[in-house]
Design a binder for this molecule. Structure first.
Ligand code: C2R
Length: 192
């Protein structure tokens, strides 16, 4: 009995520490949504990742979105392709900020269907929408939202952004050193 209680407490503690919920309409979206997971891991932000579909699992969508803030989550990321109702429905049911990721999926019309159904929300129900297949940016934005009240996380984000600038500076000197033709050849060699 006592041991069971301790296990239950540990589980509760784990659940409490999860701050970001990543949901996607299908496992076929995982190739894009893993990028949210990977960047949150890099920032050491605890998250959970699961499949929720407004179309295929409406009851699960309802209970997930309604309970997320009570379970201690602070930001939600929702990715879906095609007629992407998931992010908007999550936003309509949850008081948490929702970041939408439009996905170019096998049923997409060039991705416009997904992008427009996520970004064009009616006034009162915003979804902060990133670009097509923008899983990584969604993860960064989620971390930045959390960082507004977490100085440690803010420093990590500052270091990350500095790193981005550094990468470009390295490219600038390489381009200058090699000239554009050699630079291009080297780049093409890398992609093969
Ligand atoms: P399958 O590959 O499972 O057939 O899904 C998914 O996000 C996926 O990109 C094809 C596409 O359907 C999308 N889907 C939605 C929703 N549920 C699934 N847009 C929803 O509720 O919005």
């Amino acid at each position: 009995m006592g041991q069971r209680k301790v296990k239950g407490d540990v589980l509760k503690q784990k659940l409490k520490s999860i701050q970001v919920g990543i949901v996607m309409g299908s496992d076929s979206d995982l190739g894009v949504m893993r990028e949210s997971a990977e960047i949150l891991e890099a920032f050491n932000v605890p998250f959970e990742l699961t499949i929720v579909s407004a179309h295929r699992t409406p009851d699960w969508l309802y209970s997930y979105a309604k309970s997320a803030h009570r379970r201690g989550l602070r930001v939600l990321i929702a990715g879906a392709g095609g007629a992407a109702h998931l992010p908007g429905m999550v936003a309509s049911l949850s008081p948490l900020p929702v970041i939408g990721v439009p996905i170019l999926s096998r049923i997409s019309l060039d991705g416009w269907d997904s992008l427009l159904s996520i970004v064009q929300m009616p006034p009162g129900v915003p979804v902060a929408t990133v670009g097509l297949n923008g899983g990584r940016n969604a993860g960064i934005l989620a971390a930045q939202i959390l960082a507004s009240s977490d100085a440690g996380l803010r420093s990590k984000i500052e270091r990350y952004k500095k790193g981005l600038g550094q990468q470009v500076k390295t490219k600038i000197s390489k381009l200058k050193r090699m000239g554009y033709r050699k630079y291009l050849t080297a780049q093409e060699g890398k992609t093969i």
